[in-house]
Design a protein around this ligand. Sequence first.
Ligand code: KG4
Ligand code: ZN
Length: 338
Amino acid sequence: MVNILAIESSCDETAAAVVSDGRLVRSNIIASQAELHGQYGGVVPEIASRSHLQAIVPVVEEALSAASLGFSQIGAVAVTSGPGLAGALLVGVSYAKALAMALDVPLIAVHHWQGHLSAVFLEHEVEFPFLALVVSGGHSGLVEAVSHGEYRLLGQSLDDAAGEAFDKIARVLGLGYPGGPALERAAQNGAPDAHNFPRAWLAPDSFDFSFSGLKSAVLNHLNRLRMSGHFLSEKEIADIAASAQEAICDVLSAKAIDAAGKLGLKTVAVVGGVAANARLRQLLRQRAGNVRVIWPSPLFCTDNAAMIGVAAWHKWQKGEFSSLALNADPREKLYSVI
Ligand code: KG4
Ligand code: ZN
C-alpha cells in the first residue's frame, strides 16, 4: 500500500490530503481563503499566493496528524501543477518538490482537471469510457474519459466558466462570494421561470458552452431596474437568481446528456465545484434516461487535495513521475488529450 501526500493550491484553497492506494482518504484538510477574498468580490491573486505560503506548512502537518502518519510513511508527494493562478500554483509545486527531495520519494504532478475527474472514483465504481462534465470556477468542459490520463476534449466554454457565471451573477445581485453556493441559496425562494434569460445553445452539434450572454442579460436587466430608481426586493432577487441558475443548469444538463447519447456513453460524471449544485443534479437526473449520472460528495466536488491523491495513484501505478525540475503551468492543457 502506498500513502500519497497530495497538495492542491491552484486557486484560493490550500489543501493537503493523505490518500492510500487511490481509494482510502486518510485525511483531507482544506484551508479556505474565501473570507479574505470575499471583501473584494473575487480571488485576488497576490493575496492568494501569500495566504498559501502562510497555510501550506500547517495544512500539511494537519493532514499528516489527522492521518496518524509521519513523513517517513509517505511513499510519494503529489501536487497540482496547473492550470490555475501562477503564484498560487508555485507555492504548492515548490513545497512538493522540496518535500519529495527531502523524503527521497517520487514527485507526481497532476493536472487540476484530472484531479476533479478522478474524484468520482472515490465513491463510485466507474467503467471507461465515460462522459465527464467538468464545471468549476475556472473551467467548463465536456470530456470523454477513455482511461486514467487519456481524455478527449469535446467542448469547453468559449468565455466564462459555469462557476464564473454563478460568481459574477451572484456578485451583481449582492449575494457575496463564493457566488455559487450563495446564488443557489437565494434561488431556493425564487421562481426559475420568472425571467427567460438567454441560453447559448451554439451550433446543434457543438459541445461548447457560452455564458457571457447570460451574464450581460442579467446585468442589463438590473441596470434597467436601477436606472428607473427601482429598489429590488428579496423576492425579486430570488427570482433573478433562480432564473439565472435555471439557464446555466438547463444548458449544462442538456448538452451533457446529448453528448453522452451521441457518443454512446453510458455514464455521465459531473465534477468540479458546480457539481455541488442541487438543481444541476436534479435536471441531469430528470433528463438522463438510461444514462447513469454520478457525482462526488460536495466535499470532493470543490477544490480539495484528496482528488489529487486519487489521480496521483493512477500515475504512480504507471510510473509517471516528475523530475525535480517541475514547474507550475498556469495554462497547462489536459495532457494526453487524444
Ligand atoms: O472546483 P472549484 O472549487 O474551483 C475551481 O477549480 O475553480 O469550483 C469553484 C466554483 C466557484 O465558481 C463556485 O461558485 C462554484 O464552483 N460552486 C457552485 C456551488 N458550489 C461551488 N456553483 C453552483 N452551485 C453550488 N452549490
Ligand atoms: Zn477546481
